[in-house]
Each structure stands twice: as C-alpha cells, then as structure tokens.
Design a protein around this ligand. Structure first.
Ligand code: ADP
Length: 266
C-alpha cells in the first residue's frame, strides 16, 4: 500500500491509500528479466571473447583489420553485462554492508586507476585532506568513486586536469569529489544523468568505452549509504561530481594508523 497524507484545509488532512501491488509486481518482473538476461549472456560472451583472444592477427591476415574491432566490441558487451548485473544486485539490496572503509588506500588505488586510464594525458591530483574513514561497503564505494574518476578522465581532453579530493564537511560529514576541466554538461541534461543508458553524447561515450550505466551505479551505491550526489558543471569549462556523506557514515581514523605513508599525497 502506498499512503499519502496531504494537508486538505486548515484543520483537515486527506489520507490517500493506493494498492500498488500490481506496480510492485511489474517492477519485480522487470528487475528479474534484466538480471536473467544479463546472467544468460555472460557465458556465451565469455566463450566468444576467449576464442577471439586465441586468434592471432598473423595467423589470419585477412581477418586482422576486423579482429581488433571484434575484440573491443566483445569487451564492451562484457562490460555492459557486468554493469547490468551490478545494478540488479544493488537494486535488491536494502542496506549497505557496514565495514570500515579506509580512505587512504582507496584514494591511492583510485589514483593508480586514473593514471592507467589517462596514460599521461592529464594532470591528476589526489588529495586526502581528511584522515577519516567511511562506514559502508568497500566494493560498492570503490565502484562508485572509480566510475566518477573514470568519467572525469574520459570526458576531459588531453592536457586537462583532474582533482580528486576527500575532505571534511561542516556538521561532521565528509565529501568525496572529482573535478575535471573537461567538456562539461549543459544544465538541461543534469537532471537525467543518473538514468540508465542516458548519455549527453552517445558517440563520445562509446568512443571512450562507456556503457551508459556508470552514474546509475553511483546513484544506487550512494542511496544505500544515505549519501547524495552533487553535480556542478559548465559546458566547455568542466564538471565537479561530489558524494556527500552524513556524520553517521564517517569514522574517526583508527588509532595508530594515522599520518605518514597512509596518506595519499599529490
Ligand atoms: P557513460 O558510460 O556513458 O560514461 P555514465 O552513466 O557514467 O555513462 O555517464 C552518463 C553521461 O553523463 C555520459 O555519457 C556523459 O555524457 C555524461 N558525463 C558523465 N560524467 C561526465 C564528466 N565528468 N564530464 C562530462 N560529461 C560527463
């Protein structure tokens, strides 16, 4: 049942109760369908990908020009399937796992990933201004943060700059942000960015290996952590994507582990 209590007049309230069983059932069917299709596609794709990797371009010179493209496309399909499965898993989950997520090593990993993806084309700065950790799921938070970092690299032309920052917020919370000097996003697209397969430019997304599912994953992970996504962007100037966590999700550093090498500097 969906219940809504609406102020009706000065001393009256209106209670509207709706039976949404059918809607919930349809939602469930949709979720199961996506999860099952993704799961069924996984094995055939792995086989195709495996055989494609076995063929050497020298062994089949006539196929050489298309072989690279076939490999890239099968990798892309594999990534879409993995992302859909990740989304299905996140959708049915009600609570995030509650473990200490150490932010210093996480920032160090994100930096390595960004550098590998950028291949020296961008200036990448990672700063851990706060020494506090997070309470949640390492796997999911890593996936959300690395989606934001990978978007910043993919939507910033060579020579641009990417700033990753972890800092405290007034009121006891903390904030993870990724700022780039890339293409930016026109304001009219911002409200729809986290929809599945929504892209500002499909060609650019495809060229850079996007699946169109990254920001949906980010949205779901943040919802499980009662965190919100803030996006500020200006076309031609760049974007900032920030995950804001409340005080209940932020942990003081573990005694004895602070300072020194643990910090991901610049
Ligand atoms: P994709 O796999 O296409 O990158 P996402 O869900 O991660 O999918 O992002 C959705 C769309 O939002 C992208 O296709 C792109 O148009 C836009 N976008 C995301 N991050 C950025 C960014 N840092 N700068 C510019 N555009 C971005």
């Amino acid at each position: 049942l969906n219940l809504r209590l609406i102020p009706y007049s000065e001393q009256q309230w209106l209670l509207v109760a709706r039976d949404i069983s059918k809607l919930m059932h349809l939602e469930q069917v949709r979720r199961d369908f996506v999860a099952n299709v993704s799961h069924e596609l996984r094995t055939p794709l792995t086989v195709i990908h495996g055989y494609l990797e076995l063929v050497e371009p020298e062994d089949a010179p006539t196929l050489a020009p298309v072989l690279g493209e076939m490999r890239a496309q099968s990798r892309r399909m594999g990534q879409i399937v993995e992302d859909l499965l990740a989304l299905s898993r996140l959708e049915v989950q009600e609570h995030a796992q509650e473990e200490r997520v150490a932010t210093s090593p996480l920032l160090a990993t994100l930096r390595k990933e960004a550098e590998a993806l950028s291949q020296g084309r961008h200036a990448i700065l990672v700063r851990g201004e706060s020494d506090r950790d997070l309470l949640g799921s390492l796997k999911d938070l890593h996936s959300a943060f690395s989606n934001l970092v990978s978007n910043a690299v993919r939507y910033t032309p060579a020579g641009g700059r990417i700033d990753v920052l972890w800092r405290d917020e007034p009121g006891g919370g903390a904030r993870f942000s990724v700022t780039d000097t890339g293409y930016g996003i026109p304001a009219s697209h911002l409200p729809r960015l986290t929809e599945r397969f929504y892209r500002v430019s499909s060609s650019r997304s495809r060229e850079t290996g996007g699946t169109g599912l990254g920001l949906s994953i980010v949205k779901h992970v943040l919802a499980l952590h009662q965190s919100r996504l803030e996006v500020a962007s200006e076309p031609g100037k760049g974007s900032t994507f920030a995950c804001v966590f409340g005080a209940e999700r932020v942990l003081a550093p573990e005694p004895g582990l602070s300072g020194g090498d643990a910090h991901a500097g610049e």
